[in-house]
Design a protein around this ligand. Structure first.
Ligand code: F6P
Length: 511
């Protein structure tokens, strides 16, 4: 970790650490680890850190009368056993074939974590099994992701904490229809109820906290993996929601991922605030947002494998900290929740870096790089990864130190061009540099950002673990759905703008 290119002095860091002390960051973290109901609006514990506690820690973590460690280890064992069966070919499709593709159907936290980790760790896939991820209720998503798949070798994982999410259940039903139609078309199954039930038993498993609803869907609960209401959706990739990852990469790699998370949990738990990396990074974010007026935060991985990392962080940080009221319901007194965004370098360099270098906005950025690439390719005897890293180092250097008018003039530039070619510098970055992108390092990275998000939430006095803001849209979609189908009463109940948009739809839709 290199925090040295941030816009702070020792005095400012000391003041920020005092802010963390005054707002009780360490106490709040301890309360979370102990299973106190810090998610007050839903009256729940917040225990994603329990998902990665190693087996056999003494004393066991007991929360609300429940041995949480035992529950976690039990699901981890059944998940590992299932993953091994799929990987070895012992688990077979309805026609006796080995699974070659797992398709995770989920959305939000039941999608973004698994897909991000899948892309990041692809070089570790060692069982000849690939994963696909279907999330959008736009039927294009399922249609395209299944177009070239063979139903006989495809296993669907329906991942939904609540098992009520409209997008996921709709996609799961579409997938079930696709499976039945495909198997029947090739004569693999008959067109009767029993054949269909058998097909689902061999090609559908589920991950949820609501196992009764899994059964209602027609998935046998012996093929379902549970988790608990104390795991927030956006904090759930290290729960059974990561089943697709355990299948593709193996249970050992999945446990290594969890060990990485745990190493950072331990760092946060045991390190004084002034040397506690996630706390310091959270404080820097507060400094830039609340004191220097930054509106957004860029995350720029110099690793193609982290192509979905910014998207993952958007849910983690923005669903957590996009809040306007404090724990007690009173309005917040500062801005909260920056806009997180980013793309892998060097693509970003040729797209939006201009604004970070010379624009009028302050955009703090985290750069993430690895000393060793997954694919060490050479270009005419030159190490391409070295060239990639030179870009990472050059960008953070240019942002920090800029280029003065004198330096520009010394190169022979004159007139108005001097100002255009001058860089102010003092644009803050943090560099995260690791040996290579292993499962453990990825777990560490995710936990780092979880705890940065937590630190900011505590300082702002908000509940980072609810997401009421997503609810209204969900409710309205259910109310508008009948109007889409032409229900006059539902149409009349809409506002003028929505009515006009619906009229456009009715006029233009093709049967
Ligand atoms: O976007 C709202 C949300 O509740 C997320 O927090 C969650 O990750 C997502 O929907 C999916 O929910 P579920 O896993 O219950 O289908």
């Amino acid at each position: 970790m290199d925090l040295s290119k941030n816009l702070v002095t020792d005095e400012i860091v000391a003041a920020l650490v005092r802010l963390a002390e005054q707002t009780g960051v360490a106490e709040r973290f301890a309360a979370m680890l102990a299973g106190e109901h810090i998610n007050t609006t839903e009256d729940r514990a917040v225990l994603h850190t329990a998902l990665r506690r190693p087996a056999g820690v003494s004393p066991a973590l007991v929360v609300d009368g429940q041995d949480v460690d035992a529950d976690v280890q039990s699901v981890l064992s059944s998940l590992s056993a299932f993953a091994d069966r799929v990987r070895s070919g012992e688990w077979q499709g309805v026609t006796g074939k080995k699974v070659t593709h797992v398709v995770n159907i989920g959305i939000g936290g039941s999608d973004l974590g698994p897909v991000m980790v899948y892309e990041a760790l692809k070089p570790y896939a060692d069982a000849g099994i690939q994963a696909r991820f279907v999330s959008n209720i736009d039927p294009t998503d399922l249609a395209q992701k299944t177009a070239d798949l063979d139903p006989e070798t495809t296993l669907f994982i329906v991942a939904s904490k609540t098992f009520t999410t409209l997008e996921t259940l709709t996609n799961a039903r579409l997938a079930r229809d696709w499976l039945w139609a495909g198997l029947a078309a090739s004569g693999a199954i008959g067109d009767d109820e029993q054949s269909r039930t058998d097909a689902v038993a061999h090609h559908f498993v589920a991950v949820s906290t609501a196992l009764d609803k899994v059964a209602d869907f027609g998935i046998d609960t012996k093929n379902a993996f549970g988790f608990w209401d104390w795991v927030g959706g956006r904090y759930s990739v290290d729960s059974a929601i990561g089943l697709s990852l355990a299948v593709v990469f193996g249970p050992a790699a999945f446990r290594e991922l969890l060990a990485g998370f745990h190493a950072v949990d331990e760092h946060v738990r045991t390190t004084p605030l002034e040397r506690n990396v996630p706390v310091l990074m959270g404080l820097l974010n507060v400094w830039y947002s609340n004191f220097l007026g930054a509106q957004s935060h860029a995350v720029l991985p110099y690793a193609q494998q982290l192509s979905r990392f910014a998207a993952y962080l958007q849910q983690l940080t923005m669903e957590s900290n996009g809040k306007s009221v404090r724990w007690d319901g009173s309005p917040v007194t500062t801005t909260t929740g920056e806009v997180f965004w980013g793309e892998p370098g060097t693509n970003g360099q040729h797209a939006f870096y201009q604004l970070i270098h010379q624009g009028t906005r302050l955009i703090p950025a985290d750069f993430i790089a690895f000393a060793n690439p997954a694919y060490p390719l050479q270009d005419d005897g030159r190490d391409v990864h070295g060239l990639f890293l030179a870009n990472f180092l050059a960008q953070t250097k240019a942002l920090a130190f800029g280029k003065t008018a004198e330096e520009v003039q010394a190169e022979g530039t004159t007139g108005a061009l001097v100002a255009a070619r001058t860089f102010s510098g003092n644009r803050p970055t943090t560099s995260i540099f690791a040996d290579s992108l292993t499962p453990s390092v990825l777990g560490q990275l995710i936990a780092l950002y979880e705890h940065i998000t937590f630190t900011q939430g505590v300082i702002w006095g908000i509940n980072s673990f609810d997401q009421w803001g997503v609810e209204l849209g969900k409710q309205l979609a259910l109310q508008i759905a009948p109007a889409i189908e032409g229900d006059a009463e539902a149409l009349a109940a809409q506002d003028a703008s929505t009515q006009a948009l619906l009229a456009y739809y009715q006029e233009h839709r093709r049967p």
